[in-house]
Design a protein around this ligand. Structure first.
Ligand code: NDP
Ligand code: MG
Length: 383
């Protein structure tokens, strides 16, 4: 029997790689629904190739570009909610970027769909609620983020596991001076040495905010205290992460740096299949495996995020919203690279957190912070 799946964000970096995985494993999957934002021409190609019964696009007005295609077209956030509730869908891959992933994920859980989760913002914003709902509805949250996929594969016994070791490539500025970072332009920032990803996460990888968000993600996914989640810089990105046990054993997941592998494992779980990146790892010619302690002074965003995670409540919501708005401003040439951290930090400084927020309160806080961040950027940087 084919697994029936929906892909939210099928036109993005994760979405297109997921379709490559599925293309290779065609006999195992049926695509019921796809969703895209603005890239309607790519979505059109995907509709013709994969014949989904439903698609969802961001803007209602783009529907006309898809007429004459044999698929039901929905739009906006309501469309995403509808898509994830379709009866026959068994697994939803959430590969949209940003806060847009949160509500469809919750809706999918409530409709008892297993979730392959790439969208880390969902757990950063509402980790407690999402994990609790998954438990209540008996739904699996299968991590797609490579570090979390690695931990998921290495975590054979939660009771005797001591520490999670989350690796980080260090991004494009690992060896850069503070001065170079201050003047980093968009091209340099987006030139990630190991991974080809969407723009938002690539900028976060350059500030190491991404690693901080991943620590929060790991805390929720695996129910580990922050003090037991360690970050190690490993520029080669061969070790995708590891689990240390109480007897001193460390189980690590190793392989070439390719998102195809964690995406595929989340889609085929609990099975493993020969996929598009199944060639054997060449230990002898792989070269050095290097490890460093993160430089928290040069990459203060990492500490800021971990501290926000420890504080809990809506503090990570504030962190995520302020950072995302600052990243957009950087990508639009409004602020400097190092301003991303300064702005996010300043938003957290006087922030009053809600301790156990509802989803509605999380969304309200998110919106409030975004408006305030945009205003601060406008007034201070290009008013
Ligand atoms: P991309 O920017 O490449 O893709 C984002 C996808 O979401 C696109 O399909 C985009 O559509 C769609 N989208 C964006 N905004 C909206 C919206 N308002 N409504 C509907 N659809 C929308 O991002 P990535 O694939 O890199 O990342 C996706 C998620 O996965 C992120 O949360 C990221 O943190 C996480 N992740 C990504 C990794 C990677 O290697 N890329 C690794 C680990 C995690 P369109 O392009 O048509 O506008
Ligand atoms: Mg990652």
């Amino acid at each position: 029997m084919k697994k029936k799946i929906a892909i939210l964000g099928s036109t993005g970096s994760i979405g297109t790689q997921a379709l490559e995985v599925i293309n290779k494993l065609q006999s195992q999957f049926e695509i019921i629904a796809l969703s895209a934002g603005d890239n309607i021409s790519l979505l059109k190609e995907q509709i013709l190739k994969y014949n989904p019964k439903y698609v969802c696009i961001k803007k209602e007005e783009d529907k006309s570009q898809l007429k004459n295609l044999k698929t039901e077209i929905l739009s906006g956030n309501e469309g995403l909610k509808t898509i994830v509730s379709i009866d026959e869908i068994e697994l939803v891959l959430v590969a949209v970027s940003g806060k847009i992933g949160l509500i469809p994920t919750i809706e999918a859980i409530k409709h008892k769909k297993n979730i392959a989760l790439a969208n880390k913002e969902t757990l950063v914003m509402a980790g407690e609620i999402v994990m609790q709902l998954a438990k209540e509805y008996g739904v699996k949250i299968l991590p797609v983020d490579s570090e979390h996929s690695a931990v998921f594969q290495c975590l054979e016994n939660r009771k005797t596991a001591k520490n999670l070791i989350i690796t980080a490539s260090g991004g494009p500025f690992l060896k850069a001076s503070k001065e170079e970072m201050k003047n980093a332009n968009i091209n340099k920032t987006l030139n990630h040495p190991r991974w080809k990803m969407g723009k938002k996460i690539t900028v976060d990888s350059a500030t190491l905010m991404n690693k901080g968000l991943e620590v929060i993600e790991a805390h929720h996914l695996f129910d580990f205290e922050y003090k037991n989640i360690k970050v190690v810089i490993h520029p080669q990105s061969y070790i995708h992460s590891a689990v240390e046990y109480i007897d001193g054993s460390i189980i690590a997941q190793i392989g070439i740096p390719s998102m195809h592998i964690p995406i595929q494992y989340a889609l085929t779980y609990p099975d493993r299949c020969e996929g598009i990146k199944s060639e054997s790892f060449d230990f002898v010619n792989a070269g050095k495996f290097e490890f460093y302690t993160p430089d928290y002074e040069k990459f203060p965003a990492l500490k800021l995020a971990i501290e926000a995670g420890k504080q809990g409540g809506t503090v990570p919501v504030c962190l995520n919203a302020a950072n995302e708005e600052a990243v957009f401003a950087f990508l639009n040439n409004k602020i400097k690279f190092t301003d991303i951290y300064e702005i996010t930090k300043s938003m957290l400084e006087n922030y009053i957190s809600i301790e156990t927020p509802s989803i509605e309160q999380i969304l309200e806080e998110d919106e409030k912070i975004r408006i305030k961040t945009r205003l601060i950027i406008k007034e201070n940087f290009y008013g």
